[in-house]
Design a protein around this ligand. Structure first.
Ligand SMILES: [Zn+2]
Ligand SMILES: [Zn+2]
Length: 311
C-alpha cells in the first residue's frame, strides 16, 4: 500500500508555496500567514474605500474596549494608516463599571494604544451618569445589553466629541452584523433593520463606521493569533442574558454547514435597504425635549431610560 504510512500533508497557500494556516471554506482558498494577513487587511481597506468610511483629513476615534474585535480594528487601522497621510487615529474606551470584567480589558486597551503610539481617552458611566452599570442593572439584569447599549452609545459620542473626532469606528464584525440582521427579522423590526447601517440620524451625530463588517469572528481570531496578540479575554458577564447569544450559536452552526450564510444575510439586508430607501426613512428627525439630542419621538431613548432607572 503506497499511502499507508505517508504523513498527512499540510496544504500549501493558494497564492505561494508556503504552508497554509487558514482555509477559507467559502472560496476554497488556502492562505499562508502573510497572505492571510494581507487578505484581511486588503478587504478592510476595500470596505473603507468603496464605502467612503474614512476620507482624507478625518480624525477617527476607535471605540477600543480592549476585547478581540476592537483590538484587531485598532491594529488593522494603525497598519493601514501610513497609506492615508492626513488621517489621525485616537482610541476611546468606555468604562461601564462592570466589576471583575472591565479592569482587565481597560488595562489591555491601554497597552494596545501605547504600543501603536495613539492617544487614549477613557469615559466612564460613573462620570457621565453618576453610577456604574452594575448599580443601574440591579433587578433588571436580563435587560443588560439594551440598557448598556443606550448608555454606551451616548458615552462613545461624548468621547469622540471630546477628542474632536470626525468618525467613530467600532469593531463590529461580520458575525455581529449578520446576527443583527437576523435578530431584527426575528423581532419584525424592519425599520431598524434598514436604519441600523452605521449612520446616526442623518449626520447629526459623529458618523459611526464599521470597517470590520465583512471580516468574520473566526478571521479576527486567526489574525490576532498570527500577530501574537491573542489573549483569552473574559466575556462580558451580562452576555448570558442576550437573545444575541442564541442567535450567535444558531448562525455559527449554519455558517459551518453552509459557508457564506452570514454574507448572504448581509446581501439580503442590502437588497431590502435598496428597496426601502425613501420609503421607511421619511420620519422627520426631531429633538429630545429633555436633552435636545436628535431623536425620532418626543424624548430620546437615553432620557427615557434615565427616567426609568432614576438616573
Ligand atoms: Zn502565501
Ligand atoms: Zn434626551
Amino acid at each position: 500500500m503506497v499511502h499507508e504510512n505517508s504523513p498527512v500533508k499540510t496544504p500549501s497557500c493558494s497564492l505561494c508555496n508556503e504552508p497554509a494556516v487558514y482555509h477559507d471554506k467559502k472560496t476554497g482558498r488556502h492562505f499562508c500567514r502573510d497572505h492571510f494577513i494581507a487578505d484581511v487587511e486588503g478587504r478592510v481597506a476595500d470596505t473603507i474605500r468603496s464605502r467612503n468610511l474614512i476620507v482624507p483629513g478625518d480624525h477617527v476615534a476607535i471605540a477600543l474596549s480592549g476585547g478581540k474585535d476592537s483590538t484587531a480594528l485598532l491594529m488593522i487601522l494603525a497598519r493601514l494608516l501610513p497609506s492615508w497621510d492626513t488621517v489621525r487615529l485616537t482610541a476611546v474606551t468606555i468604562d461601564e463599571g462592570i466589576a471583575g470584567y472591565r479592569e482587565d480589558t481597560i488595562h489591555s486597551a491601554d497597552q494596545m494604544a501605547a504600543k501603536y503610539r495613539l492617544c487614549h481617552t477613557c469615559v466612564s458611566f460613573l462620570e457621565l451618569f453618576g453610577g456604574t452599570l452594575d448599580a443601574f442593572l440591579k433587578g433588571c439584569e436580563p435587560e443588560a445589553c439594551s440598557v448598556c447599549g443606550i448608555l454606551r452609545r451616548k458615552a462613545l459620542n461624548v468621547g469622540a466629541e471630546r477628542v474632536g473626532a470626525t468618525r467613530l469606528a467600532t469593531g463590529h464584525n461580520l458575525d455581529d452584523e449578520a446576527q443583527s440582521v437576523f435578530m431584527n427579522v426575528l423581532r419584525g423590526d424592519l425599520p431598524r433593520l434598514v436604519r441600523d447601517s452605521g449612520s446616526d440620524s442623518k449626520g447629526m451625530f459623529i458618523p459611526r463606521i464599521k470597517p470590520l463588517m465583512f471580516i468574520s469572528e473566526k478571521e479576527i481570531a486567526v489574525y490576532l493569533m498570527l500577530h501574537g496578540a491573542w489573549a483569552d479575554l473574559p466575556e462580558c458577564p451580562y452576555a448570558v442574558h442576550a437573545l444575541r447569544r442564541e442567535v450567535r450559536g444558531m448562525l455559527a452552526t449554519l455558517e459551518s454547514k453552509h459557508p457564506g450564510t452570514m454574507l448572504h444575510l448581509m446581501e439580503s439586508k442590502a437588497k431590502i435597504e435598496a428597496h426601502c430607501s425613501g420609503v421607511l426613512d421619511t420620519e422627520p428627525v426631531r429633538h429630545c425635549r429633555e436633552c435636545n439630542d436628535p431623536c425620532s419621538g418626543e424624548t430620546c431613548q437615553l432620557c427615557q431610560l434615565k427616567g426609568r432607572l432614576g438616573i
